[in-house]
Write a protein that binds this ligand. Structure first.
Ligand SMILES: [Ca+2]
Ligand SMILES: [Ca+2]
Ligand SMILES: [Zn+2]
Length: 219
């Protein structure tokens, strides 16, 4: 099913629409369709994800069935594994379940089909692919993951602000926090609202001098 629903695998838009209609038509008469989550846009997966190392920005996924009912039968997973420049904060007991590999996170939806991800992490994710899965079905691929912690030390500080300011006027997606396609002062202001925010595990303070310790925790 995941392969069938992968929009990237279709040769053209018209054939993609035809194929999806055939699948959806077949599923309408299938009682099992009431028990599985549908890919975007039936399920709602925001294209832009902004992440603060303090975990104070909520990213909300809403999973729905073909009949537009909430789906909450199993975990919803966000897979960051292709993002070699991105890292999650080492949280012992976070609001999400982390895979053993440390690069994908899962949340159990509530009865309304809502999964709330208050992710804590940082580092560059440019040009990498982040995919949202549920019940083995590929729901959607994100357009952009934008970390406020640009340099990946798990804190939002002056170096991060300098990185974003250096990209003012550019189309750099990794510094475009509002997703309007250009890096402006508004994006800098967004970062400034999180200046000083660090990852929530106080036993591993995110300062430049603690880089070695953070790295050891991660590897
Ligand atoms: Ca930083
Ligand atoms: Ca912008
Ligand atoms: Zn923050």
């Amino acid at each position: 099913m995941a392969r069938l629903m992968n929009r990237d695998s279709f040769p053209s838009r018209s054939s993609a629409i035809t194929s999806v209609l055939v699948i959806l038509t077949a599923m309408t008469s299938d009682p099992a369709a009431a028990k599985i989550p549908m890919p975007c846009p039936i399920s709602d997966v925001p294209a832009l994800m902004v992440i603060c190392p303090a975990g104070d920005i909520e990213y909300k996924v809403v999973t729905r069935t073909l009949a537009n009912n909430p789906w909450s039968r199993d975990f919803v997973t966000i897979d960051f594994c292709p993002c070699r420049g991105f890292r999650f904060a080492p949280i012992a007991a976070g609001p999400y379940v982390m895979s053993a590999s440390g690069c994908s996170v899962s949340v159990m939806p509530d009865y309304n089909g809502i999964s709330r991800f208050a992710l804590s992490g940082g580092g560059n994710s440019t040009a990498d692919t982040v995919v949202v899965w549920a019940d083995g079905i590929r729901l959607c691929e994100l357009d952009a993951v934008v970390p406020l912690d640009q340099d990946g030390d798990l804190a939002v500080g002056e170096p991060d602000r300098a990185i974003v300011r250096a990209k003012l006027g550019s189309h750099a997606p990794e510094a475009d926090f509002d997703g309007d396609g250009v890096v402006t002062e508004l994006d800098v202001r967004t970062l400034e609202q999180h200046l000083g925010h660090v990852h929530p595990d106080s036993s591993t303070p995110a300062r430049a001098t603690s880089w070695g310790r953070i790295k050891r925790l991660w590897h």
